[in-house]
Design a protein around this ligand. Sequence first.
Ligand code: ADP
Ligand code: MG
Length: 253
Amino acid sequence: MTQTIITVKDLCKNYGAFQAVKSISFEVKKGEIFGLLGPNGAGKSTTLEIIETLREKTSGQVMVDGIDLDKDPAAIKKIIGVQLQSAGFYPGLNLIELINLFAGLYNRKVDPIELLNKVNLADKAKSKSKELSGGQKQRFSIATTLINQPRIIFLDEPTTGLDPQARRNLWELIREIRNAGATVIITTHYMDEAEQLCDRIAIMDEGRIIKMDSPDKMIDDLVATGFERPKQVKAANLEDVFIHLTGKEIREE
Ligand code: ADP
Ligand code: MG
């Protein structure tokens, strides 16, 4: 039996008269990678930030690992990891110093090198965060979410703007985090990424969840309606060409 780790029921969020989230309900299972997809403005970040206790909801219920958001948001905060925007890091500190700073904030003891090893950045330990590439910054920012050994990790568009190798690199890291026992909730605008990475996805549009299922089932459902791609697809695409020419998945950045 798969356990439920997050339950969202009839969640609504209004910004003034504007309804950004219109009574959505969904469950996230323990140990899955759950994707929240949808066009810009659909309400994905609002939904995540409510669950992360960073934003007030208008109405509805949220339970995270048995904890009621209305009763004990502080307890929820302790068991989740939220990816911070790398822009927020002190640019003058090196990675070890930053990890120690965060560990202090979380009141946790961590071995910075061991943590950097996990995200393949040990050789950058003495570099400042401003000296990292886009992909390295994202990996470092994911490392900081792991400091408090969270049961659930929230990643809001972690691969936006990354090159194809750096994206694949991050997919590998996200899989490793899940395989180590965490539950992952991710938003992305890359459908290939959602298809590769997510066990289940919810598609949001204008504040509502319009479909929720495994990527495979969603594709089968569409095909069953008689849908066909307008043009015969070749055995490879331009992204395959790019990866083939510039290096394999785990190329060092
Ligand atoms: P997504 O992450 O799916 O792109 P958001 O949750 O960021 O969507 O935003 C959903 C809608 O709510 C958008 O129309 C956005 O403009 C609006 N919105 C988000 N935050 C605020 C805010 N603090 N005040 C007013 N409107 C907001
Ligand atoms: Mg967003």
